[in-house]
Design a protein around this ligand. Structure first.
Ligand code: PMP
Ligand code: GLN
Length: 382
C-alpha cells in the first residue's frame, strides 16, 4: 500500500487523472462520466438536502433505499432479499468489498480473484491479512477456464471475488463461466463476492446474470452494486450489498467502524433512481453501447487491435500494431504523442512490472469528446 519511500502511492486512476489535468489531455483514463445522471435522481438529492436529510442515516441505510434495493433485485432478477435483515447500504461498492473481505476472512485465508484485477481488491485482501490467488483471463478472449479456476482454488480458499461485467476487460461472463464459479463455490463450500457495479451496462445480446440466481448460490453469495455507474454519479459513493442475514451482520460489524454511515441526502435519491422505469435503465445501456462502439471504431482506425466490449465503461486496445510493446511507457507518453490519457492494463496484473502492450480507454464520455480523442490517436501514426 506504500511505495518504497513509505509514502502512499496514488492509485493508477488518480495518477492518470492527474496526468490529464496537468497536460490538458483528454481523460479516457479514470472511469467517470463527463455528464451527470438523470435529472430526477439529481433533483431528488437537492430536495432531500432542502428537506433536512443532512444528519446521520441509520447504520444499515435508510429503509426506503433498502426496500428499493430489494425490489430492484426482485424485479430484474427474481432474487428476494429481505430489506430489513439482508440488505446493507455502503460507501460505494468499494466499502462493500473491503468490509466483506475483512469480515469474511481470517488472516492467511485465500481469496480468488480474476486477473486483470480491479485495484481495490488487492489492497483490501492485503489489509485483511488474507492471500490473493489469481485466475488469469487471457487477451483477447478473456474467458474463464475450468483449468485456471481449479489451479487457484485450494484448501485455504474462503472467497471467490467475481466481477461481471468485468473492469477492465469489458467481458460479460456467460452462463457456462458462471456455472464454473458456482460449481467451485458449492464443491469447496466457498462464498462468492459478486461485484456487479456494471450490471445495467451489458450490451445486448450479452446479458448480465447475477451469480446469486444460480442453483444453490443465493445463500453463498454477497451481491454488491453501486449507484455510481448506473446513474452516472460516481462521486456520490452510494453502494449496497445483499446476502443472507448472518453474512450481512458480520459485514455490518466491520462497516460500522470503517465509515459508520454515509451520504444521507443521496440515499433517498438513489432509492428514486432504482425505481425508474425499465426503459430508462435500458436507455443507459444502449446509449453507452453507442459510445463504446464509437471508441472501438476510432481506436481500430487509429491502428490499434481492439476487442469490442460486451459491456462496462471500458475498451481494451493492443498497441502492438503501432510499434509499442510497453503500455505503461506508452500511457506516460500519450498526452505528448496524442493529447489523450488511457490506463495501462498491466496495472491490473498480478505483477504490474511486467510490460504489456494493452491500454484501457474509457467510453463514458460525450460523443464529441470520444470523436476528438479518436482523431488525435489517429494522428499518432501520420
Ligand atoms: N468495482 C469495480 C469493478 C469498479 O469499476 C468500481 C469503480 N469504478 C468499483 C468497484 C467501485 O465502485 P464505487 O465507486 O461505488 O465504490
Ligand atoms: N473504477 C474506476 C476505474 O476503473 C476508478 C475509480 C477510482 O479511481 N477508484 O477507472
Amino acid at each position: 500500500l506504500l511505495d518504497g519511500a513509505g509514502v502512499p502511492a496514488p492509485t493508477i486512476f488518480a495518477r492518470m487523472s492527474e496526468l490529464a489535468t496537468r497536460t490538458g489531455a483528454i481523460n479516457l483514463g479514470q472511469g467517470f462520466p463527463d455528464t451527470d445522471g438523470p435529472s430526477a435522481v439529481l433533483e431528488a438529492a437537492v430536495a432531500a438536502i432542502r428537506g433536512g436529510a443532512n444528519q446521520y442515516p441509520p447504520g444499515r441505510g435508510i429503509a426506503p433505499l433498502r426496500r428499493a434495493v430489494a425490489e430492484h433485485q426482485r424485479h430484474w432478477y427474481g432474487l428476494d432479499p429481505d430489506p430489513d435483515t439482508e440488505v446493507l447500504v455502503t460507501a460505494g461498492a468499494t466499502e462493500a468489498l473491503t468490509a466483506s473481505i475483512i469480515a469474511l476472512t481470517e488472516p492467511g485465508d485465500e481469496v480468488v480473484v480474476l486477473e486483470p484485477i480491479y485495484d481495490s481488491y488487492s489492497a483490501a485482501i492485503e489489509m485483511a491479512g488474507a492471500v490473493r490467488r489469481t485466475v488469469k483471463l487471457e487477451w483477447p478472449e478473456y474467458r474463464l477456464t475450468a483449468e485456471a479456476l481449479a489451479r487457484a482454488v485450494t484448501d485455504r480458499t474462503r472467497l471467490i471475488l467475481l466481477n461481471t461485467p468485468h473492469n477492465p476487460t469489458g467481458r460479460v461472463l456467460d452462463r457456462s463461466e458462471l456455472d464454473l464459479v458456482a460449481g467451485a463455490a458449492r464443491d469447496h463450500d466457498l462464498i462468492v463476492l459478486a461485484d456487479e457495479v456494471y450490471e445495467h451496462l451489458a450490451f445486448a445480446p450479452h446479458q448480465h446474470v447475477p451469480i446469486a440466481t444460480l442453483p444453490g448460490m443465493a445463500d453463498r453469495t454477497v451481491t454488491i452494486s453501486s449507484a455510481g455507474k448506473t446513474f452516472s454519479v460516481t462521486g456520490w459513493k452510494i453502494g449496497w450489498l445483499h446476502a443472507r442475514p448472518e453474512l450481512v451482520d458480520a459485514i455490518t460489524a466491520v462497516k460500522q467502524f470503517l465509515t459508520y454511515v454515509n451520504g444521507s441526502p443521496f440515499q433517498p435519491a438513489v432509492a428514486a433512481g432504482l425505481a425508474l422505469p425499465d426503459e430508462q435503465f435500458r436507455a443507459f445501456g444502449e446509449d453507452l453501447r453507442g459510445r463504446s462502439t464509437m471508441l472501438t471504431d476510432g481506436l481500430a482506425a487509429a491502428g490499434f487491435d481492439v476487442r469490442p466490449s460486451d459491456g462496462t465503461y471500458f475498451v481494451i486496445a493492443d498497441a502492438t500494431p503501432l510499434g509499442y510493446r510497453d503500455g505503461a511507457a506508452l500511457c506516460d507518453d500519450l498526452p505528448r504523442l496524442a493529447g489523450v490519457v488511457g490506463v495501462p492494463v498491466q496495472a491490473f496484473a498480478e505483477d504490474p512490472s511486467q510490460p504489456s502492450p494493452l491500454v484501457r480507454f474509457a467510453c463514458c464520455k460525450r460523443p464529441d469528446v470520444i470523436a476528438e480523442a479518436a482523431e488525435r490517436l489517429a494522428g499518432m501514426r501520420r
